[in-house]
Design a protein around this ligand. Structure first.
Ligand SMILES: Cc1ncc(COP(=O)(O)O)c(C=O)c1O
Length: 416
């Protein structure tokens, strides 16, 4: 008899990103010519890990008392205030006055995903995920005794498939009373798609049509890459401002990632913010998610909280951080333009892309294409029917080179 509990027998890390990134890193350490486009972390044009200057400066001012003691599960007030201001921007005053919100510090966006999944579905129910996705969502669902279904992201025009989404919501409601819908926007991982303001309004309308007193709807808004939106801060925050249009049967949970916004991947810091029109819904959110936080990981890092509180909460750092974020968004935009142009030049088809850390190429034999690429010194992530290229971590020169190699790999595999 296996000693593992039954539910754990099937547990094996299948979200291959971290493993494959390790393989790629080792290959690049041996040969600097290797292209490592595996992981969603920022690297500069020399393909060296990127640290924000403002984050480094704020870090150097932190005392030991701001790094190492326990704090509390919800998070220190300066951190919570700074994150709320950062996330909602000029819309915060409205939500504070007219709705209810609550923030809980988490170890990255990952902690927020886990707490939301464990508290808003019953065991055996399904979470609704996009058909192209960060595959760790599936594992978090399994860990929390949940299954998953997917929605179709794109219609034939290559825009967000709202028509299919409404049907999916209704079909799902025929099977379970509640919907936990995950959307990662803008700069979706892995496609780089971003909904327009109009698409968001369409989505909000559909959610309002299906969310009723007996059919609660949880909008899980994974905003991990929001600060790299090429349309800028006002545009992305307009979408958040429009959450005020959601009806009272919709609980919105926003997942903030300190990893992606500030490049603090290893510090494990983020937050989940619950937003709803009724105080009791938010009281429930706070109680249940605080409990989950305390039992799963106790609290996020004190170091991360104080560091982000400084960068986003003190004007001298905030102004330079915003400026630097603009610079970084521009260099990523240059890389993606270069990649897309080079892909078009060799007839390589990418999935609908707008901006962000990743570009994805649809290809049926992604495992074989991956093997071919590795043999030719390039590492990407096979996603099952597609490969993901992390342009955030390779130079513009390699963005110009890689599409031709991927096209060659696909053609070689197709010929076999
Ligand atoms: C779409 C998406 N959501 C959430 C995360 C979680 O990141 P973290 O827990 O480091 O904030 C990632 C990380 O790659 C991601 O790509």
């Amino acid at each position: 008899m296996r000693i593992l509990a039954e539910h754990s027998i099937d547990k094996k890390e299948r979200s291959n990103i971290i493993t494959m990134a390790g393989v790629a890193k080792a290959a690049k350490a041996k040969n600097p010519e290797v292209i490592n486009a595996t992981i969603g972390m920022l690297f500069d044009e020399d393909e060296k890990f990127y640290t924000f200057r403002s984050v480094k400066a704020a870090d150097s001012e932190l005392t030991n008392e701001q790094k190492y003691p326990y704090t509390n599960t919800i998070g220190i007030k300066p951190y919570c205030d700074a994150v709320l201001n950062w996330v909602f921007d000029k819309h915060l005053a409205y939500f504070k006055e007219h709705e209810y919100l609550s923030i809980i510090t988490t170890p990255g966006g990952s902690g927020a995903i886990s707490n939301a999944f464990s508290n808003y579905l019953n065991a055996g129910e399904n979470v609704l995920l996009p058909n192209y996705m960060w595959t760790n969502y599936i594992q978090v669902a399994y860990e929390n005794y949940l299954g998953y279904e997917t929605y179709n992201m794109f219609n034939e025009e290559g825009t967000f498939d709202l028509a299919d989404l409404k049907e999916t919501f209704l079909k799902m409601q025929a099977k379970q009373k509640r919907i936990l819908f995950v959307i990662n926007d803008p700069c979706q991982n892995p496609t780089g798609y971003s909904l327009t303001n109009e698409e968001w309004l369409g989505l909000i309308n559909i959610i309002n049509e299906v969310a009723t007193k007996d059919h609660p709807f949880i909008l899980f808004y994974d905003m991990a890459y929001i600060d790299y939106d090429k349309n800028g801060r006002d545009y992305s925050r307009t979408n958040i401002g429009n959450f005020k249009l959601l009806n009272e049967n919709v609980l919105t949970i926003l997942a903030f990632s300190g990893s992606k916004t500030l490049g603090l991947y290893g510090l494990r810091i983020g937050a989940m913010i619950g937003l709803n029109k009724k105080p009791e819904t938010i009281e429930d959110f706070t109680n249940a998610c605080q409990f989950s936080a305390r039992t799963k990981y106790s609290m996020a890092t004190t170091y991360g909280m104080y560091l982000i509180a400084k960068v986003l909460g003190e004007e001298k750092y905030l102004a330079s951080f915003k400026e630097e974020l603009g610079e970084v968004t521009n260099f990523i935009k240059k890389r993606s333009n270069t990649f897309i142009e080079a892909a078009e030049a060799v007839g390589l088809k990418t999935l609908p892309f707008k901006c962000g850390f990743f570009v994805t190429v649809a290809c049926p034999n992604d495992d074989l294409v991956y093997d071919y690429l590795v043999a030719h010194g390039a590492h990407v992530i096979p996603l099952g029917g597609a490969i993901r290229v992390a342009i955030c971590s390779i130079s513009e020169a390699n963005c110009a080179k890689l599409p031709k190699l991927i096209k060659e790999a696909i053609d070689a595999v197709n010929k076999r």
